[in-house]
Design a protein around this ligand. Structure first.
Ligand code: PGA
Length: 237
């Protein structure tokens, strides 16, 4: 399974280094073979090789140039980074990235063979408008995206569940994931208020291939516990 930590605008470079080292030791000591991805803040990137894959939360579709505040592939290459998060709800809704911009970014990084974790998910008012409206909204987030790209991971994250402590029911997650599985063969993660207390149940769902964790991932023991749950589920199957 895939266990991913989105550290957002948290942890300094020194803290991130320690964080990743702790996870590395945990995975080695526990013979854990799960795919673990960590997305640090851009200024907290360190050179790293090991079991944990480091990705970026964002980068611009460029090698370099005049794009104030953005990173290009020159900067990712410096840290041998080949994994990127695209379409996170905070980029879409707080920072105003449009589907068109995301598609441009997606195609650029796909062309370079990056592992892309592409996020989708609906705001509360869309969810409340009923299933058809919700699926229509989510379908629009697939527009222009190559859902068959072989280095793609999709993360379904309802906007209203991110950082709120609210989650859909397990039945709802299973039902939506089943529908989403028809749209793409890519592994499908669930994200949005995944905690150490609910991760095992979410990971146990048939249509869930992993989790994308924000706030709870900041507690390294909690994040490692989630890696362990995933390993236990895999060992049982
Ligand atoms: P959360 O964030 O776990 O804090 O809800 C998830 C995410 O934004 O990826």
């Amino acid at each position: 399974m895939i266990i991913a930590a989105n550290l957002k605008t948290n942890l300094t470079r020194k803290q991130t280094k320690e964080y990743v080292e702790n996870i590395e030791s945990f995975l080695i000591e526990n013979n854990n073979s799960q795919e673990v991805l960590v997305f640090p803040t851009a200024s907290s990137l360190n050179e790293h090789s090991g079991k944990v894959t480091i990705g970026v939360q964002n980068a611009y579709a460029t090698q370099n140039g005049a794009f104030t505040g953005e990173l290009g592939t020159d900067h990712l290459d410096e840290f041998a980074i080949k994994t990127i998060l695209i379409g996170h709800s905070e980029r879409r809704h707080v920072l105003g990235e449009s589907q068109e911009e995301l598609v441009k970014k997606f195609n650029f990084y796909k062309e370079l063979g990056f592992k892309i974790v592409y996020c989708i998910g609906e705001p509360l008012e869309v969810r409340e408008a009923g299933n058809d409206t919700m699926m229509e909204y989510i379908s629009a987030q697939y527009e222009g995206i190559d859902a068959e790209y072989d280095n793609l991971i999709i993360a379904y994250e309802p906007v209203w569940a991110i950082g709120t402590g609210l989650t859909p029911t397990l039945e709802d997650i299973e039902a939506i994931h089943k529908d989403l599985k028809k749209k793409s063969p890519a592994p499908l993660l669930y994200g949005g208020s995944v905690k150490v207390t609910n991760a095992a149940d979410v990971l146990a769902l048939k249509s869930v291939d992993g989790v994308l964790v924000g706030s709870a991932s900041l507690y390294v023991e909690h994040f490692c516990a989630m890696c362990e749950y995933a390993q236990n589920i895999e060992n049982k199957n």
